[in-house]
Design a protein around this ligand. Structure first.
Ligand code: GLU
Length: 478
């Protein structure tokens, strides 16, 4: 039978990097084993679920290239089915109606706290008689449905990442709530642990890969699988993504939604490559730059770590810069144009735009760096302090006057060789160190002492007819 894996996001927020990484591991494993990757939108929490979040999650996954194999299932459309099954569990006596009020729960928690005990439901409504239940209902008491968890139950499974995992019923917090609170003998809408089991079974999911924060849920869910006589899927619990303090990366950390990464200028391939390395690594010595295609061949659950994976911006940036470096320059130019158009910066010709792209391609880390790096080619920059000091301490004036003199003797459009000749001639004739000459020109053109290749930069300015005017501006400053 084919492997069937799924992502089951709750549409209560934007697609988060943790969810995207879970999606990636599921997707990679599905591809590697020629299985299927499915989606289920867990939208039964009506107050917090929003269609715009579902849209954002689907768009984010598509942007990352994590396509799914069947139409996504909306869990909310299956609520009636969930209720039928809760009713069955009630009828079988595996589950029961619990009338514990909010006040009673609070008192229980307080007593436990006083006695230094962890919070645990005490199952006090487990053994009511039929008539007691009826009279509570008639009194108008509200209730939830709970699933009985025997303290002595032993639950174990072989986790594909973590090996043998064992749990005891007594450590699961008491009888588990299956449905939300209702009045009368209604059954409230289903809660996660119940709905997830019914729907994973319905979708024929045979391998569940999700974050390690779900391990205790898995123990609870196994009890429900058994009560319903469903076939157990395999389980794999991935390590969490941690922030720099070693805590679970959360919405409170600066950038966490896939949208934000996208806006900052991370490429989808670089992001999936980096996410794969959060908790997994290729065999030692192997290249870490791996496309989705390559990853889906190399990835293996048995190589996934158990320990949490710290989010490392430097590594992500390095990977992104590698993807940008290796990108087809025409494709990159088409991306850069969009940034330039937004800034209303006009390129004099296609070729000029492509040449500028080629000039800065290797120094771009995230796409939005293109703004800072290309701005000096569109807008005349101020001379910075280091530049002003340099102008003060060197005889830049005569150097620049000589450049203007030689430039005016050249034909209108200069080329690479013309520039080389000008530099040679001035440095030989006036015994000026080339370094000083080049720095003087850099300040004249760009107002600072560093930047990309000077000759190529000069050519770009010259094509825009701005080299002479910028040198003249510098002379005015001096
Ligand atoms: N809706 C759950 C979540 O987003 C799904 C967890 C699971 O994969 O079972 O955490």
């Amino acid at each position: 039978m084919k492997n069937r894996l799924r992502l089951a996001p709750s549409p209560t927020g934007l697609l988060h990097i943790g969810t995207a990484r879970t999606a990636l591991f599921n997707w990679l494993y599905a591809k590697k084993t020629k299985g299927e990757f499915l989606l289920r939108i867990e939208d039964t929490d009506i107050s917090r679920s929003k269609p715009e979040f579902t849209k954002n999650i689907l768009e984010g996954l598509s942007w990352l290239g994590l396509n799914w194999d069947e139409d996504p299932i909306n869990q909310s459309e299956r609520i009636d089915e969930h209720k039928v099954i809760i009713k069955k569990l009630l009828d079988e006596g595996v589950a029961y109606r619990c009338f514990m009020s909010e006040k009673e729960s609070q008192q229980l928690r307080e007593t436990q706290k006083k006695n230094g005990l962890p919070p645990k439901h005490d199952n006090r409504y487990r053994d009511l008689s039929k008539s007691q239940i009826e009279s509570f209902i008639n009194e108008g008491k509200s209730s939830v449905i709970r699933f009985k968890i025997d303290d002595n139950a032993q639950i174990s499974w072989h986790d594909q990442i973590r090996g043998e995992i064992k749990w005891f019923g007594k450590d699961l917090g008491g009888d588990m709530v299956l449905s939300r609170r209702t009045n009368g003998d209604d059954i409230g809408s289903p809660l996660y642990n119940l709905a997830v089991v019914i729907d994973d079974n319905f979708m024929n999911i045979n391998h569940v890969i999700r974050g390690e924060d779900h391990i205790s849920n898995t123990a609870k869910q196994i009890l429900i699988y058994k009560a319903l006589n469903y076939k157990l899927p395999k389980f794999s619990h991935t390590p969490l993504i941690l922030n720099s303090e070693g805590k679970k990366l959360s919405k409170r950390d600066s950038v966490t939604s896939i949208d934000e990464f996208r806006e900052m200028g991370y490429l989808p391939d670089a992001l999936t490559n980096y996410m794969a390395l959060l908790g997994w690594s290729p065999k030692s010595g192997e290249n870490e730059i791996l496309s989705l295609e390559k990853l889906s061949k190399t990835f293996d659950l048995k190589d996934v770590n158990k320990a949490g994976a710290k989010f490392n911006w430097e590594k992500l940036n390095w990977i992104n810069s590698q993807y940008i470096k290796n990108m087809d320059s025409n494709d990159l130019f088409n991306i850069f144009r969009i940034y330039w158009e937004k800034e209303k910066w006009e390129i004099p010709s296609q070729q000029w735009g492509l040449n500028l792209t080629l000039l800065i391609q290797d120094s771009i880390i995230i796409l939005r760096d293109v703004i800072d790096q290309s701005k000096p080619f569109f807008k005349l920059p101020e001379v910075d302090n280091k530049g002003l000091d340099f102008l003060k301490n060197n005889d830049v004036k005569s150097i620049l006057e000589n450049v203007i003199d030689l430039l005016s003797k050249k034909s209108q459009s200069i080329n690479h060789n013309d520039i080389k000749e000008i530099i040679e001639e001035i440095s030989n004739k006036y015994k000026i160190k080339k370094g000083i000459l080049m720095k003087s020109l850099r300040i004249a053109f760009f107002g600072c002492l560093s930047g990309p290749d000077l000759i190529e930069s000069w050519l770009l300015l010259s094509e825009k007819g701005e080299d002479l005017s910028r040198i003249q501006r510098c002379l005015d400053i001096i």
